[in-house]
Design a protein around this ligand. Structure first.
Ligand code: GLU
Length: 453
């Protein structure tokens, strides 16, 4: 049988970095065993599911370079769920209950106050036919619970190892709401069976669902998939990821001009025992994937790490691979300029910043700036300016001469020149950058700074 898994987001919001990690782990794993991936949109919650989010999920996955083999939406499949629900009703495993939320809350509290687990007491199971009819006549609508076998369920989790859940500590899960709509549990199992899913990789917030779901697969006479539950992502201070603690949607990260391969690298390695490397392609990440590396402790999200990986990715990028992006940014200078600036970039958009610094006049008057420029150095530098054409050897030859004449060396020599020429106290290596400033602009910038003092 072909190995197959599914990524099953609910379209109730934009994909966030935690969801991205789930899909990346799913994808790398299934590709590493040459299997297939299904994208299943879990849109049974009609009120909260939005088309806008559904579209955004598809766009984000495309941007992340995640290719799935099939796509289904749960909202199209209620016939299948009805069929399964009817079958369960027939064998007495799905039973109607009428308790209101308040009643259930009260029972929970009572149990807790008596030191008992807050497990549903199955009182609906002892209603007589007459009582059922009266409740219905009273206008009550039932919700439906799945009758769990009160046994211990075990599975060998790909990430967490041996798992053991005693189902007598669980309430019979509600599968169908009062309005007849399905909660996530049953549709998920029905789809997994219908689509021959062999592996379910998801967040550990689903661990206790797994015990109930294993019983459902059995009740529906199906094989049980292999499960893997990864730890959840938390904010850098260990608190829940939220907008307030800096969580980002994939949409935000795209808007922030982080490369998609950076996000895949980050999601592949965060929360693992391996250090983050910057692989240039998803294929390279697939080759290095192993569930054994995933740690059980929560993965801490830190946006700064994304920027560090992004910088590494850009440093490794060939000109051919960024040519289009640079053209869109109106950055000239082709491969020589790219090679000059790429070690200094955190985001590709910053190439435009350095391009403007190289070729735009009039922004380098540092008289009002924060830096003191040694006008003596600028004067000598101007006198010793070599004739064009300039190449990557010009800077060294020129500064050697300035050094001979002024006796200045190292930072005392280079820092004032950098400030005078670029207006910045840091930046690309001037050997490769200087030719883009060129003789005329260099002369002007030195002059401006001489006039200053
Ligand atoms: N829609 C569920 C979620 O987003 C899917 C969980 C699963 O993979 O089974 O949490």
């Amino acid at each position: 049988m072909k190995n197959k898994l599914r990524f099953a987001p609910s379209p109730t919001g934009y994909l966030h970095i935690g969801n991205a990690r789930t899909v990346v782990l799913n994808y790398l794993f299934i590709k590493s065993i040459d299997g297939e991936m299904l994208l299943r949109i879990d849109d049974t919650d009609i009120e909260r599911s939005k088309k806008e989010f559904d579209n955004a999920i598809i766009e984000d996955l495309d941007w992340l370079g995640i290719k799935y083999n099939d796509l289904i939406r749960q909202s199209d499949r209620s016939d299948k769920y009805d069929e399964a629900a009817n079958m369960l009703k027939k064998i007495g495993l799905l039973y109607p209950c009428y308790e209101s939320d308040e009643e259930l809350q009260r029972k929970r509290k009572l149990n807790l106050s008596q030191g008992k687990p807050p497990v549903y007491d199955r009182s609906a199971l002892s209603l007589t036919q007459k009582q059922h009819e009266e409740l219905i006549l009273d206008g009550k609508k039932p919700h439906w619970r799945f009758k769990l076998d009160r046994v211990v369920i075990n599975w060998n989790d790909l990430i967490r190892g041996e798992q053991r859940i005693d189902c007598s500590s669980l309430s019979d899960p509600i599968l169908i709401r009062e309005d007849g709509t399905y909660l996530y549990t049953l549709p998920s199992v029905v789809d997994d069976i219908d689509k021959s899913i062999t592996h379910v990789i998801r967040g550990e917030d689903h661990v206790s669902n797994t015990a109930s779901q294993i019983q459902l697969y059995k009740a529906l006479k199906s094989e049980i998939p292999i499960f893997g539950h990864h730890s959840l992502m938390v904010a850098s201070d260990g608190s829940r990821l939220s907008k307030r603690t800096g969580s980002k949607s994939i949409k935000d990260i795209r808007g922030d001009k982080i490369e998609s391969i950076t996000v895949t690298n980050y999601c592949a390695r965060i929360g693992t025992s391996k250090s983050v490397e910057a692989f240039n392609t998803v294929d390279d990440l697939i080759k290095s994937f192993n569930f054994k590396d995933i740690s059980r402790s929560p993965a801490r999200f830190n946006f700064n790490d994304l920027e560090i990986i992004n910088a590494k990715i850009l440093q490794g990028r060939s000109y051919a691979s960024v040519k289009r992006q640079l053209e869109d940014l109106n950055v000239g200078g082709e491969d020589l300029f790219w090679d000059a600036v790429r070690p200094n970039l955190t985001r590709i958009s910053e190439a435009k910043y350095w391009w403007d610094i190289a070729v735009n006049d009039g922004i380098f008057d540092v008289r009002d700036g924060i830096f003191d420029v040694n006008d003596g150095v600028c004067k000598v530098a101007l006198e010793l300016l070599p004739p064009e054409p300039w190449d990557e050897k010009t800077w060294k030859a020129w500064t050697n001469k300035i050094s001979e004449k002024t006796g200045l060396k190292g930072r005392d020599l280079f820092f004032p020149l950098r400030i005078a020429l670029t207006g910045q106290d840091h930046g690309p290596n001037l050997s490769t950058f200087l030719p883009f400033i060129g003789l005329i602009r260099t002369a002007k910038r030195l002059n401006v700074n001489i006039d200053t003092f």
